[in-house]
Design a protein around this ligand. Structure first.
Ligand code: ADP
Length: 494
């Protein structure tokens, strides 16, 4: 990475941002703005529009008009592919600028941000662009007197409400397949991570995406997000974020037009280490990264470590050693392995979980405190809490911070019971050299993705989605198209 370039970019002032509606930059209808605080130093970075219900409605109107007149839905898939490929190339051309801007906004360490944000977003958009002119409809196996055709049509206006931890990556998981399929989109970024999504929406216009096809409205979830969720003219709502907000979106759908709602919610993912794991050093290292990278602000983070009792103490010590070696601090220093916590609110929430565990007599093996307070930024030590009981809040609720809950187990059955003992079902991992046990555990653990002898790193070719209260529907892979393409039957009498 080019350190001089990073340092030059981090010193650049960031102009006040605008919504992008119908291809135009627009302020909030009442001119109100939200100050964007950088978690690196707690200073005001810039402002974004504090969008209003009126702004949300204008964006939905623009998206509806753009869908209905066919300026995007009505052109050949190969033409959409060409525009989206140009967009992906522009995102790549601007990758470092986007990564630094995103890090100043949300605090993720630059090494991860560069790969996981612009580069991943470009790859995602390219994947769906390349796929869209290779999808066919069907001819049904009817009797001789009929012809049954199954068309795949875009669903219409898609609204996407996305979070702050990986705005470009998660945004692209929605935008890539939604736009490739011919839909138009209203995107609502998180208050603390809007800047890069606004920037890539500008690049989309530059790439030739027609005005109104991708609209971005910033602001508070309770205002802009709620207005989008309650709109009578949004056909599909896709969301990544908290369970509490997910519930509100379902209610809003029920109260309005029954728009389809797809949710990717939280997790409390079990990382299960058996004594016969092939390489305990590797398991400890990967597990440390699986919870502490991006300060634990990863929906699939392995936040519960379940360890077979015979290796418990030794393994926890190994993991703590790797965690101690991680450098927490300035996210724009390429040597940093965990950057800033996104906001003061999130940091306070992390610390509350630790205090509660301490008060309940749990063992704080490592960390537990805010650090580098003199920088004004929001930094927290990697934290390991052992002896957590299955009923503890730390064992059941998502922290979304660098806090690992450790629990011992004696048998495979007990590991399964602990693993499945929360309301969530997003990710899991099994570390074992026993092939049969690995397959058994994959079947028994209820989660959308089960890693075996690794944690994280799954690529775009496999679906990501949760079971239980971790959500419904899938991002990534060709299965993501299911949310954005409807089936229509044409039934002919011959
Ligand atoms: P977190 O607590 O991690 O910030 P949220 O679910 O609150 O998770 O945020 C995820 C996204 O949902 C953000 O874009 C946020 O603005 C939006 N959001 C929050 N509250 C609402 C709401 N009541 N209606 C619609 N969107 C919301």
């Amino acid at each position: 990475m080019d350190l001089d370039r990073i340092n030059a970019l981090r010193a650049e002032p960031v102009a006040s941002a605008s919504h992008i509606i119908d291809g135009e930059r627009r302020p909030a209808s009442d001119g109100a703005e939200i100050e964007v605080i950088s978690p690196i130093d707690g200073q005001v970075l810039t402002t974004i529009p504090a969008g209003t219900a009126e702004d949300a409605a204008a964006a939905v109107r623009a998206a509806r008009a753009a869908f209905d007149d066919g300026r995007w839905s009505g052109i050949a898939p190969a033409q959409r592919r060409a525009v989206l490929l140009r967009w992906a190339a522009l995102i790549e051309d601007n990758a470092l600028e986007l990564a630094v801007l995103g890090v100043r906004d949300n605090g993720t360490e630059i090494g991860m941000a560069l790969k996981a944000e612009p580069m991943s977003a470009a790859a995602t958009i390219r994947y769906y662009a390349e796929a869209i002119d290779k999808l066919y409809g069907e001819i049904a196996p009817t009797g001789p007197g009929n012809l049954g055709l199954v068309h795949r049509e875009p669903v219409g206006v898609v609204a996407a409400i996305v979070p702050w931890n990986f705005p470009l990556m998660i945004g692209a998981w929605k935008l890539g397949p939604a736009l490739a399929a011919g839909n138009t989109v209203v995107l609502k970024p998180a208050e603390t991570a809007s800047l890069t999504l606004l920037r890539i929406a500008e690049l989309a216009l530059e790439a030739g995406l027609p005005p109104g096809v991708l609209n971005v409205v910033t602001g508070e979830g309770a205002t802009v997000g709620a207005a989008i969720a309650g709109s009578m003219d949004v056909d599909v709502l896709v969301f990544t974020g908290s369970g509490a907000t997910g519930r509100r979106l379902l209610e809003a759908s029920a109260r309005s037009n029954l728009k389809r709602v797809y949710l990717e919610l939280g997790g409390k993912s079990p990382n299960i280490v058996f004594a016969d794991a092939p390489d305990l050093d590797e398991a400890a290292k990967v597990s440390a990264h699986g919870i502490f990278r991006n300060s634990g602000q990863v929906c699939v983070a392995g936040s519960r470590l379940l360890v077979e009792r015979s290796i418990h103490d030794a393994f926890v010590e190994k993991l703590a050693a790797h965690a101690r070696a991680m450098k927490v601090g300035d996210p724009l220093d390429p040597a940093t392995s965990a950057g800033a916590v996104n906001s003061l609110r999130q940091l306070d929430q992390n610390l509350r979980f630790v205090r509660e565990a301490q008060d309940a007599g749990r063992e704080i093996v490592l960390g537990g405190a805010r650090i580098l307070e003199e920088t004004g930024g929001y930094y927290m030590e990697p934290t390991i809490v052992a002896g957590v009981a299955p009923g503890d809040r730390l064992a059941r609720e998502e922290v979304f911070g660098p806090v690992l809950a450790v629990m011992p187990f004696d048998t495979e059955d007990e590991a399964v019971a602990l693993a499945n003992g929360t309301d969530f079902g997003l990710a899991a991992a099994i570390w074992t050299a026993d092939l049969s046990r690995a397959h058994r555990m994959v079947r028994r653990v209820r989660a959308g993705i089960v890693h075996v002898n690794t944690y994280g790193g799954s690529d775009l070719t496999v679906p990501l989605g949760g079971v239980k209260q971790s959500g419904n529907g899938h991002d990534k892979s060709l299965h993501a198209f299911d949310k954005y393409l409807d089936l229509k039957t044409a039934w002919f009498k011959l």
